[in-house]
Design a protein around this ligand. Structure first.
Ligand SMILES: [Zn+2]
Ligand SMILES: [Zn+2]
Length: 206
């Protein structure tokens, strides 16, 4: 799936934002304004001005909406959610080449709050995925102790786990098991898995 660079970047922000929500293995990572400031800085969210309590509440609300899009059972449900999101944010497409970036489109309206900014640009990036017929790629990690959101960019939409360190490892182990099974190997599986789990992807020792 070809995703334009800007869209990819906006999607990264969406995924990062969704993953700040409390999950079984970590508390809410967007609990105060300091955390919001750090997020805005890390993802270089431009033109958001001085941040206050209202911004924090706004961004947390948008985070909830994005999470709903990831949970949408089909593209129609996702489309409805995205339409609401971008309508509320008041999108205004603008071509810009600020700060040394090449021409790209900002969807957030001039002077938008950080919440509306994220809703507009993140919402349009999610819209691109739905328009491309790829809503299924908006996934959550299937590891029961993880559940992180991610965008599956694998060719055959087969990715089940996120790329965090633990889950990436899990992924390699699963792939390794599948290869062994296919090969009909009788080697001591437990021991091999331990080693297989430590291997980087691409390592081929069959
Ligand atoms: Zn920009
Ligand atoms: Zn995971």
């Amino acid at each position: 799936m070809q995703i334009p660079h800007d869209t990819r970047r906006a999607l990264d922000v969406v995924v990062a934002l969704v993953n700040t929500a409390a999950e079984v293995d970590h508390p809410d990572a967007l609990a105060d304004i300091g955390a919001l400031r750090a997020f805005v800085k890390e993802y270089a969210i431009s033109d958001v001005g001085e941040l206050g309590a209202r911004d924090l509440a706004g961004v947390r609300a948008v985070r909830g909406k994005f999470a709903q899009v990831f949970a949408a059972p089909n593209s129609r449900a996702a489309a409805t959610l995205i339409n609401e999101l971008v309508a509320t944010a008041g999108t205004t497409p603008q071509l810009t080449d600020h700060d040394g970036y090449d021409w790209h489109v900002h969807y957030f309206a001039p002077g938008a709050s950080v919440g509306d900014h994220l809703a507009a640009d993140g919402g349009m990036a999610l819209a691109f995925i739905v328009v491309s017929g790829e809503q299924e790629r908006l996934r959550r990690c299937e590891a029961p102790d993880c559940r992180r959101a991610f965008v599956d960019s694998s060719r055959n939409r087969s990715r089940r786990y996120c790329d965090s360190r633990t889950c990436g490892n899990r992924l390699h182990v699963a792939a390794y098991r599948a290869r062994r099974k296919e090969a009909g190997a009788e080697a001591s599986e437990q021991e091999q898995i331990v080693h297989g789990g430590e291997q980087q992807q691409g390592a081929d020792h069959s």
